[in-house]
Design a protein around this ligand. Structure first.
Ligand code: FAD
Length: 388
């Protein structure tokens, strides 16, 4: 494994860093600290710049118009592009394009025309609905939503919870049980239009990330045409899980952006902040927090890059992806927590981005497979066996 960056990677990283510093960070002063969307003019201007840089559609395969970059480069860029107040989510994420739904690359040609391509063009938005009130870590057992065949349609009844962005989406992927006698072998994925009769957003679920919300959905005799089945009937679970491991790697990298930035803020701050007549940089208690931050950032960065290298080389990488996601999300949370401590009152104020990262990173230990589920994946692969 060679961690030396190529000239092209170095150039892309520098370009992304400059873009964040010169274009995104200055917008922070005029943004509400909890803002979830950019001013439309700023959004359009930044998106045009990202396109000119050749970075629009990060994570989208090249054949669908994404940039011609490999996973290692994508991960290096994710660490740069998340180094600002809104680094982990909107408002700035959208200017890089993407569907958020890798599963649609497996769609039929007709489905791609109706859903994937309009989404890639920015004309439609989508949601992904797997989690139900009965549980999200073990959807194979927890899914209670049912779909029953009726002529050319399927009739869906049930509900979902914690679904991001469903209230503003045009359509989404809904996982429902089509064979009650089976576990993971009895689940089908449907593409559901949000304007279909029987589709209801019951409520918005506010989380500790105040600007970000999830929704609770209800389906009452919601009719979906058979041509909207994504993949095969009863094979929906593999659609949900197949791309999950890969997605964990850039997800982990994005957690590190705020951690890297927070550590830099600490280093800069302790060199100018004086207490009891001397700089914070001279205090061992402060030095050790900075040392622990450095170890957390470097350990996590190493694991994220290792996972990306493995995945890119075609080797099995589920264990490495789980380790990367687990360590990066937890380490980044610790780093930002220490950074808040070092910055004192300013650390918890909305004058600095630290408090927003603190809240967002807490969610990252639950989303995309909670820490315990990553440990479960690692244990299965290290010890062997299929325990839960
Ligand atoms: C802001 C936000 C946005 C979200 N967006 C979406 C979305 O768009 N689409 C979607 O489908 N879901 C979404 N989710 C749901 C998320 O994926 C689930 O919350 C997550 O999978 C955990 O499921 P759960 O909340 O039901 O917890 P549970 O599955 O009930 O687990 C509870 C706790 O027990 C732990 N646990 C579970 N099993 C084991 C075990 N075997 N051993 C040890 N510990 C275990 C878990 O790690 C967790 O800590 C979102 C959640 C949030 C907070």
């Amino acid at each position: 494994m060679d961690f030396e960056l190529s000239d092209e990677q170095r150039l892309l990283v520098q370009t992304a860093r400059r873009f964040v510093q010169e274009q995104i960070v200055p917008l922070e002063t005029k943004l509400d600290p909890d803002a979830d969307s950019l001013d439309p003019e700023d959004h359009a201007r930044l998106a045009a710049q990202v396109k000119a840089m050749g970075l629009y559609g990060l994570g989208i395969p090249e054949e669908y118009g994404g940039p011609a970059i490999d996973l290692v480069t994508e991960v290096l860029l994710a660490m740069e592009l998340s180094q600002h107040r809104a680094g982990l989510y909107a408002p700035c994420y959208g200017v890089f394009g993407g569907t958020g739904l890798a599963q649609l690359y497996e769609a039929t040609e007709d489905q791609k025309q109706r859903y994937l391509h309009p989404t890639l063009r920015g004309e439609k938005t989508a949601f992904f609905a797997l989690t139900e009130p009965s549980g999200g870590s073990d959807p194979a057992r927890a899914i209670r939503t049912t779909a029953v065949r009726d002529g050319d349609d399927w009739v869906i009844n049930g509900g979902k919870i914690f679904i991001s962005g469903a209230d503003e989406a045009d359509y989404g992927l809904v996982f429902a049980r089509t064979d009650p006698t089976q576990g993971r072998g009895g689940i089908t994925c449907f593409i559901v239009d949000t304007d279909a009769p029987g589709f209801y957003v019951r409520r918005v679920v506010h989380t500790l990330r105040s600007a970000h919300y999830a929704t609770e959905l209800q389906f009452e005799n919601l009719r979906v045409p058979h041509k909207n089945v994504l993949g095969e009937v009863n094979k929906g679970f593999s659609i949900a899980s197949d791309r999950v491991s890969r997605a964990r790697i850039p997800y982990a990298a994005a957690c590190l952006g705020p951690a890297i930035k927070a550590q830099q803020m600490c280093i800069d701050y302790v060199k100018v902040r004086k207490t009891f007549g001397d700089l914070l940089a001279t205090r061992q208690a402060i030095q050790w927090m900075i040392v622990d931050n450095e170890i957390d950032v470097r350990t996590a960065r190493f694991l994220v890059l290792e996972a990306a290298f493995k995945a890119q080389s075609g080797a099995p990488f589920a264990t490495e992806a789980a380790m990367a996601k687990l360590v990066a999300s937890e380490a980044a949370g610790r780093v930002v927590d220490r950074a808040i401590q070092i910055h004192g009152g300013s650390g918890v104020s909305k004058d600095l981005p630290l408090e927003r990262w603190y809240r967002e990173l807490r969610i990252r230990r639950i989303g995309e497979g909670a820490s315990e589920i990553q440990r479960l994946v690692i244990a299965r692969n290290v010890i062997g066996g299929s325990f839960h």
